[in-house]
Design a binder for this molecule. Structure first.
Ligand SMILES: NC(=O)c1ccc[n+]([C@@H]2O[C@H](COP(=O)([O-])OP(=O)(O)OC[C@H]3O[C@@H](n4cnc5c(N)ncnc54)[C@H](OP(=O)(O)O)[C@@H]3O)[C@@H](O)[C@H]2O)c1
Length: 236
């Protein structure tokens, strides 16, 4: 059985990707800080408590996984945080969290696993965001972190394609998850105004199902309609 590592597997998009990979017969190591919020259990879904912004702990966890697994085939860099508002109102700790979680950790985790993924001719799937591609007022730091991740992803594909590594960037638009708990807006009420974690997981399945030699390097997933709901509370 091939192994996959999915960061941010305790919720939303990451949890749906983890479930999909289990369904596709992978042993999935999910990394997150708190799995108490999920009720999904499977013998092939291994929960690893890890704050991915703590590089030394991340390195230890990767060593541990490598010691159990002969073939690590997929890394999904999915964990992410977003804080939105006028840039001067987002405090320095939150700005640091955005960059450390969304950009630094995927770069470090990829470094720790790249030799292994070259051996397995495997996949690195980076969950970026539509905000990487558009101008994002009230989300300048978040969109910069995602633009950085997308650029890293594209450059890494050029660097590693000869070695058989498939590097893919997914750019989801507004997805119905807990992601906007901290924000003063969320997805619209109607079904056509958001995508779901399952939509992104289905895209992962499509990525894995391409013929050998074909790589879908960039997928953008958008809802049919653009609508957001403003919440009463403002950012804390
Ligand atoms: N929702 C959207 O509209 C949307 C759109 C485009 C892109 N995205 C991206 O999709 C990804 C998943 O977001 P989501 O919508 O599924 O949101 P979510 O439900 O809030 O999930 C975020 C996940 O990231 C994990 N995480 C955050 N900080 C972490 C850390 N320091 N260490 C380990 N895990 C951490 C969380 O786990 P713990 O809290 O348990 O650690 C959780 O599992 C993010 O990268 C986000 O930027 C989301």
């Amino acid at each position: 059985m091939k192994a996959a590592i999915v960061t941010g597997a305790s919720s939303g998009i990451g949890l749906e990707i983890a479930k999909k990979l289990v369904e596709l017969n992978f042993k999935v190591y999910g990394l997150a800080r708190d799995f108490s919020k999920i009720d999904y259990k499977n013998e092939n879904f291994i929960l690893i408590n890890c704050d991915i912004t703590k590089s030394n702990i991340l390195e230890e966890k990767v060593k541990e996984i490598k010691s159990y697994e002969k073939e690590i085939y997929i890394l999904v860099n999915n964990a992410g945080v977003g804080y939105f508002g006028p840039h001067e109102e987002i405090n320095t700790r939150k700005l640091h969290d955005i960059i450390a979680t969304n950009l630094e950790a995927p770069i470090i985790l990829t470094h720790l696993l790249l030799r292994t993924l070259k051996e397995s001719q495997g996949f690195i799937i980076n969950i970026s965001s539509i905000t990487a591609k558009v101008i994002s007022p009230i989300g300048a730091a978040y969109s910069a972190s995602k633009a950085g991740l997308s650029h890293f992803s594209e450059s890494l594909f050029e660097e590693t394609r000869k070695k058989g590594v498939k590097v893919v960037t997914i750019h989801p638009d507004m997805t119905k998850t807990n992601f906007y708990n901290n924000a003063n807006f969320k997805e619209g009420e109607v079904e056509e105004s958001f995508i779901t974690g399952q939509c992104v997981a289905d895209a992962v399945k499509m990525i894995l199902n391409q013929r050998e030699g074909t790589v879908l390097t960039d997928i953008t997933i958008r809802p049919q309609k653009h609508m957001i709901t403003k919440k009463k509370s403002s950012i804390k």
